[in-house]
Design a binder for this molecule. Structure first.
Ligand code: NDP
Length: 283
């Protein structure tokens, strides 16, 4: 029972990636992330600044393009250029995108071998088909946390709340690939508490503070809270009532749970993309 330290897991992953990056640099390869920031939103900028800082400390180079109020075509063009640039190994486009522009349409410009955050619908399709592909870093982070906590996934009852292309669906696919028995819940699910209470592994990615309380959780379960919400007081909280649930289950806190692990997975994916000659080698 109690809290799972995401920051510790993130540190371990980052250490391993730093070793991989050093090895690549010895061979003359400088792992490089191309990142497009299509907004002057302050919280996005501070997230990107911290990602860049961490990347640089482990030897990953950054090519950053900031665009102010760009059109969808401009964003797609810059992303497409990075994707065809042989010096760039991984490509990421930050949200929020210009109004009306879909992440999938921008992501489609990224070659699957450089799609380190699984934004191209082709990557999701390949994942569904059991072919090598990058899953979104957040979805991979969920699996890393479960692995680190030594949760046996074979035949485990897993419930995923949320079905977005960037979190819920890929998490469900990765859990199926680990031989869990997976139920996906969403806004139309009847009796969410009844479904969730069956779970040995409960993953929540909705975007609603305290959607999940102790009445949704089986005693002894493991709960991964992916949600990020800003309260009226300006605090960052997840989707789960952490104080209530940590009495009966293991749970990732927000902040300090999935977030830092996601960053580490993204860095690992960049090193993986830089070291691979074919997509088959990246995952
Ligand atoms: P979306 O808004 O795209 O999807 C939310 C999902 O939750 C939808 O499938 C929706 O169902 C479902 N949902 C909404 N209300 C309910 C409800 N009352 N009961 C059950 N299901 C419900 O969000 P994302 O998947 O992009 O993100 C989810 C959360 O994770 C957000 O808080 C986001 O900020 C956070 N996030 C965190 C990341 C990290 O690294 N930690 C990275 C990415 C996201 P329906 O499909 O029926 O509408």
């Amino acid at each position: 029972l109690g809290l799972i330290e995401g920051r510790q897991i993130a540190e371990i992953l980052r250490g391993a990636t730093a070793v991989d990056v050093a090895g690549l640099r010895e061979k003359g390869v400088a792992p490089t992330l191309g990142i497009v920031v299509p907004t002057d939103d302050k919280s996005t900028a501070s997230y990107v600044d911290s990602l860049v800082r961490v990347a640089e400390t482990i030897g990953i180079d950054i090519r950053r393009t900031d665009l102010v109020e760009p059109s969808g075509e401009e964003v797609a063009a810059v992303v497409g250029e990075l994707s065809t640039n042989p010096d760039v190994h991984g490509v990421l486009c930050q949200s929020p995108l210009p109004p009306g522009v879909l992440l999938g349409d921008i992501g489609a410009q990224i070659h699957p071998s450089k799609d380190v955050d699984g934004a191209n619908p082709t990557s999701l399709g390949r994942l569904a088909a059991g072919l090598p592909a990058f899953a979104p870093a957040t979805a991979q982070a969920v699996i890393e946390i479960l692995r680190h906590e030594q949760v046996g996934l074979r035949a485990a009852d897993a419930v995923v709340v949320g079905r977005s292309n960037i979190v819920g669906k890929p998490v469900a696919l990765l859990l199926v690939a680990e031989d869990a028995t997976v139920t996906v819940c969403h806004s139309q699910t009847e009796d969410l508490a009844g479904q969730a209470r069956r779970a040995d592994v409960l993953v929540v990615a909705v975007g609603r503070p305290k959607l999940i309380g102790a009445e949704h959780v089986k005693r002894g379960a493991i709960v991964v809270d992916v949600g990020i919400n800003v309260t009226g007081e300006g605090d960052i909280v997840g989707d789960v009532d952490t104080a209530a649930v940590e009495q009966i289950a293991r749970i990732t806190p927000v902040p300090g749970g999935v977030g830092p692990v996601t960053t580490s997975v993204l860095l690992r994916n960049i090193a993986g993309a830089a070291g691979a000659k074919r997509l088959e080698e990246v995952t």
